[in-house]
Design a protein around this ligand. Structure first.
Ligand code: NAD
Ligand code: UGA
Length: 459
């Protein structure tokens, strides 16, 4: 089965970077990324590579190399589906906001729409690759829809979950720990394997049955999120006992059975996937009546919610139990550094909590625009759009955000925050000048010597 044309449905944080790298490494394969969102496609096609819709270090160079050669971004979904030998489905699979499973189950309407559209327009056999993160056994639904076309066209469905992390997407795609392919048909598996073998050593390509592959993606995210919640739960105990969470993380991480990665205490994990995928895992376990399993994983989310609330409460309590009318500078809004993505960012929830206490917030983030920040707050629907605008301002540099502030909180670990002129910030802030470091980013000892009142998670 030789693959000459690939189409990817969904030009988001996964579809865009993943297909760019597949095209970069397979110059003989034509890769077309399609999306219903015409603005997003226009943004992928624009000349100024610093304005691509997804900010990822190194992505601009990959797009520059492949775009127009064998990488195309288009809104012509049907044409791209028709022409393709292999179709990646990389659409969003958010948590359901309505009906059965509301607030927990994955909303598969976009996946189903893709399957129906593929079934409707295909006139030749194709391999369909699930790239989106989906509940275990979704491939059966996709296959069922595809098999009812009545046109005699053959479809093979493979699961090929994506493990890239935002902010390091290009590095992760270029040097993946593993590629996972789940499927039943050896020829289809081999065809997908060959695409990755253009740059990934074969021993890093794992093949499993469909269900193991689908489930492994949810489980990988659940284990990663669990580590963050585990260390965050210990951060509270450290604060109560005089232990230091970084020292504890280092001491336990040296044990090779535990390992040192993903043990950074923080204001709480964010991002589009950890919470969504955990909720989905909990929902799936409950739907099989496995309540002990569901409760176990649910606790990872509860600790994360607790950590965000705890951070906001710490700010209020430290600032003499009231933030009413006080200005608090927020450095960072993205859910982690090196991305413009704000989905489920802890900053949103901490801000919402403080705004409920009538604080004034001034935000600076190097990659997030004001429109997105207001959109994130408005989505919570805690207060009106006008109230959000009057209580929260967005600044284009950190010094404007800090000017006249009673307190300053670090919400995202952007490297540039370490190198700010903290002497200048101290002069600009009201005294006592409080710093709340939700990322353990700054040199607390130095800042304390400078006269700041410094609090960091887990110290
Ligand atoms: P995204 O929201 O950034 O992108 C999805 C895109 O799909 C959107 O641009 C949307 O317009 C488009 N789309 C939806 N339905 C469509 C349709 N029927 N036809 C054409 N386009 C359609 O989402 P994302 O972050 O790229 O995530 C996509 C999937 O990958 C999710 O299942 C997610 O869980 C998974 N995933 C995400 C990450 C990550 O870091 N963001 C990592 C691994 C896996
Ligand atoms: C995560 C996984 O790491 C990817 O493997 C996976 O493909 C992806 O989810 C997905 O399925 O979407 P991502 O959410 O982009 O990637 O970023 P992470 O680096 O995992 O960080 C997630 C959150 O946890 C961030 O808010 C980060 O600040 C926080 N975190 C991470 C900590 O607080 N401490 C840590 O030690 C690590």
């Amino acid at each position: 089965m030789e693959i000459k044309k690939i189409t990817c449905i969904g030009a988001g944080y996964v579809g865009g970077p993943t297909m760019s790298v597949i095209a970069q490494k397979n110059p003989d394969i034509q890769v077309t990324v399609v999306d219903l969102n015409a603005q997003r496609i226009a943004d992928w096609n624009q000349d100024d590579l610093s304005q691509l819709p997804v900010y990822e270090p190194g992505l601009d160079a990959v797009v520059a190399e492949a775009r127009g050669r064998n990488l195309f971004f288009s809104t012509e979904v049907e044409k791209a589906i028709q022409e393709a030998d292999m179709i990646f489905i990389s659409v969003n699979t958010p948590t359901k906001t309505y009906g059965k499973g509301k607030g927990q189950a994955a909303d598969l309407k976009f996946i189903e729409l893709c399957a129906r559209q593929i079934a409707d327009v295909s006139t030749s056999s194709k391999i369909i690759v699930e790239k989106s993160t989906i509940p275990v056994r979704t491939a059966a639904t996709i296959k069922n829809i595809l098999d009812h076309t009545g046109k005699g066209v053959q479809f093979q469905v493979l699961s090929n979950p994506e493990f890239l992390a935002e902010g390091t997407a290009i590095r992760d795609l270029h040097h993946p720990d593993r590629i996972l392919i789940g499927g039943e048909n050896p020829e289809a598996i081999q065809a997908l394997k060959k695409i990755y073998e253009a740059w990934v050593p074969s021993e890093r390509i794992i093949t499993t049955n469909l269900w193991s592959s689908e489930l492994s993606k949810l489980v990988a995210n659940a284990f990663l999120a669990q580590r963050v919640s585990s260390i965050n739960s210990i951060s509270e105990l450290c604060e109560a006992t005089g232990a230091n969470v970084d020292e504890v993380a280092n001491a336990i991480g040296q044990d090779s059975r535990i390992g040192s990665k993903f043990l950074k205490a923080s204001v709480g994990f964010g991002g589009s996937c950890f919470q969504k995928d955990l909720l989905n895992l909990v929902y799936i376990a409950r739907s099989y009546n496995l309540h002990a399993v569901a409760d176990y994983w649910d606790q990872v989310i509860k600790i994360n919610d607790h950590q965000k609330t705890r951070f906001a409460e710490k700010i209020i309590q430290t600032m003499y139990n009231t933030v009413n009318g006080k200005k608090i500078a927020f450095l960072g809004w993205a859910f982690k550094k090196d991305t413009n993505d704000t989905r489920e960012s802890a900053a949103i929830y901490v801000a919402d909590h403080l705004l409920e206490e009538q604080a004034q917030i001034a935000v600076y983030d190097p990659k997030v625009q004001d429109v997105q920040i207001y959109k994130d707050l408005d989505y919570l629907a805690t207060r009106s759009l006008e109230e959000n605008k009057s209580l929260l301002q967005v600044k284009t540099n950190p010094y404007d955000a800090a000017a006249g502030a009673h307190g300053l909180a670090i919400l995202t670990e952007w490297d540039e925050f370490r190198d700010l002129d903290w002497g200048k910030i101290k002069t600009q802030m009201k005294k006592p000048a409080f710093i709340f470091d939700g990322r353990k980013l700054l040199d607390g000892k130095k800042l304390t010597e400078m006269g700041f009142v410094y609090y960091a998670i887990g110290e």
